[in-house]
Design a protein around this ligand. Sequence first.
Ligand code: PAF
Length: 281
Amino acid sequence: MQVVHTAADLRTALAGQTGTAFVPTMGNLHAGHISLVELAKQSGQPVVASIFVNPLQFGAGEDFERYPRTLQADCDKLAAAGCDWVFAPDVAEMYPVPQRFTVQPPDSLANDLCGAFRPGHFSGVATVVLKLFNLVQPRVAVFGSKDFQQLFVIRELVRQFNLPIEIVAGATLRDADGLALSSRNAYLGASERIQAPALHRELATVAAAVQAGEHALEALAASAARRLKMAGWRVDYVALRDATTLLAPTPDSTRLVVLGAAWLGNTRLIDNIEMAWSNPA
Ligand code: PAF
């Protein structure tokens, strides 16, 4: 596996490749990321991973500075997983001049759900992903489903800018108690770690009720949020949406997703569960 840090070295390394499968990451890799590399390998293309903690997608007061940087350990894991190249630029390499041309997802997407609590976040994600796509020029790109809204934004980016890239979604990996694997789980203290699976449990309760035919969708989401608050969480949102549009479900919806974002102490966790739905109305 070759590790490169500049756009020029990346171009040289990938010269002559007719197609690659790309796994963009911010590093601090866990088994969930490695499962994305395995999915990328299944495409039959050589695999490029990127490691870049993107300042553009962090708001003031968020965890950009303390986000764990673990390049050597990450490269060891990627090599063991059979990754072919790692692109690990620094901020000056990715943003040699202030990034004044940015991708602005539509307000209805950028300022909804996580975007309502993280202004500018999805513009930062879409901008860096477009830059990474231009640098790597992959045929396939793999993203985790835990970041459901991010995956949705990237699919729209690819569709609306006609990018010739197939987006593949990797399933969320979980610890035995249901907690979705996330680099941010490392921030949890011991007692918070014990509480943390409650987010997934509450979303699973909502999903089970929906599938059992309960149709008071807003009330279901509101009671999950209430239970989390009573257990000491600061809840950003729990919402049930059409999984294909991310909008409120309509009589025509056939797949729903329940999404949640909530804080335990200083750690913000997100999770979601997708489900089939037949509208009982
Ligand atoms: O999901 C992530 O790790 C990041 O948001 C991404 C897609 C690598 C862009 O910085």
